[in-house]
Design a protein around this ligand. Structure first.
Ligand code: NAD
Length: 383
């Protein structure tokens, strides 16, 4: 008896270029799986709605069945969703990560041969673990001049003698021991499983002692107490994973002047947001940056980039970030042969100069989204 091995992956196409890059990434993944397993494995893609499409068809931006669907099948691929700046609805991405408790945002930064002015690009190969549920992203905010903000200001002055200008907007930055330690655990486990050499804690603990400073301490505690047989704290030792830390601002120059010294980076939410876009720029920009949101049981893959309203609808977006995100999901599922096939083919395609407009040099021919994906598929078939 041959039981079909067909997992279900929930798909949210998303807004803007999501509708262009996600279908293409699925096509590449299907072909990779077919080639790697000779038709013995396959994936059932199950479309769920969120964003503008959900609003149009269901009358709400994030329907309950979308959340329940992902929670049930536990594997998902998602395109970017639009978030208006300032007033308007809260980020759907942040809401999704929160309600599904996808607390680790895992972002590999690796060079795939894209044209770049950065001389050390081929030395870049690290992975960022961004805490996904806390920090100033928790959305605990008070708008300036409102009754609520005034109450908070009065409370601060009355209870702690802290005087803050009355025309201030306010925001809380919660960083808990619980959330810090579970992301550090994920990062360390990843390092152990994948044979990584260094885990660096990135923080701004010199200034924000009880949030980012505590983050640093709690991370070290997990390394010492739970991973002692695998790690060495602060100094390199043969056969051990080095665990060290860097102040966040220094980290930005470190990944440029010494990218080879970094391997796994673990950091609170806001630092993680900034450093992952900056890191993506070293290897070709956000069009190349993939991501995986992980909880204890759920994995949701998504490109790091947004809806790119400036190019949406033109069919010119770079699908590499979405393709690499699918590859990450396949890796998470343990489908390593298909994962490797996609990564090798993508590298081969880009190295041979076939790129989309974001990576093309001035005056050079650029491929459209679909044409690029066809080239990746051709490259896979030739491997
Ligand atoms: P963006 O990533 O959409 O665009 C930034 C720049 O990068 C633009 O010039 C864009 O054209 C370019 N770019 C992005 N992806 C590209 C690709 N695949 N190929 C080629 N070029 C690409 O960032 P933004 O403009 O700050 O945000 C636009 C919208 O997306 C906002 O509503 C924002 O909230 C949302 N957003 C969503 C997510 C998410 O769903 N996870 C992430 C970031 C931004």
């Amino acid at each position: 008896l041959e039981v079909p091995d067909e997992p279900i992956v929930a798909v949210i196409e998303g807004d803007g270029i999501g509708r262009e890059v996600i279908p293409v990434a699925i096509r590449v993944a299907d072909r990779a799986v077919e080639l790697a397993y000779g038709g013995k494995r396959g994936i059932i893609w199950w479309e769920l709605l969120a964003g503008k499409k959900a609003l149009k068809e269901k009358g709400e931006l994030l329907p309950k069945e979308t959340i329940e669907g992902i929670a049930t099948v536990k594997l998902a691929l998602k395109g970017p969703l639009e978030t208006p700046v300032g007033s308007g609805h809260r980020s759907l991405n942040v809401t999704l990560r929160k309600v599904l408790d996808l607390y680790a945002n895992v972002r590999p930064v690796q060079y795939y041969g894209a044209p770049t002015p950065f001389a050390y690009a081929d030395k870049v190969d690290f992975i960022i673990f961004r805490e996904n549920t806390e920090d100033v992203y928790a959305g605990i905010e008070w708008k300036a001049f409102t009754e609520e903000a005034r109450k908070v200001l009065e409370f601060l002055e009355r209870e702690f003698g802290i005087k803050v200008r009355e025309d201030s907007g306010l925001s809380l930055k919660p960083i808990s021991k619980f959330a810090t330690q579970r992301i550090m655990r994920k990062a360390l486990q990843w390092a152990v499983d994948k044979g990584r050499r260094v885990v660096t804690i990135m923080h701004k603990g010199n200034i924000m002692k009880f949030t980012e400073g505590a983050f640093r301490e709690w991370c070290y505690e997990v390394a010492e107490k739970e991973f002692s047989e695998y790690v060495s704290i602060g100094e390199e030792k043969p056969g051990k994973i080095l665990v060290n830390d860097r102040i966040a601002d220094n980290m930005f120059q470190q990944i440029i002047i010494k990218p080879w010294a970094y391997d796994v980076i673990v950091t609170p939410n806001l630092n993680g947001d900034y450093i992952s876009d900056a890191a993506a720029a070293l290897v070709g920009g956000v069009g190349m940056a993939s991501g995986l949101n992980l909880g204890d049981y759920i994995a949701l893959a998504e490109p790091v980039h947004g809806t790119a309203p400036d190019i949406a609808g033109k069919g010119i977006a770079n699908p590499s970030a979405a393709i690499l995100s699918v590859a990450l999901l396949l890796e998470y599922m343990g489908w390593i042969e298909a994962t490797e096939l996609i990564r090798k083919a993508l590298r081969k395609t880009i190295e041979s100069g076939k790129v989309t407009a974001d990576l093309a040099k001035p005056g050079e021919k650029a491929l459209k989204t679909e044409e690029f994906a066809e080239e990746v598929i051709k490259a896979m078939e030739g491997l």
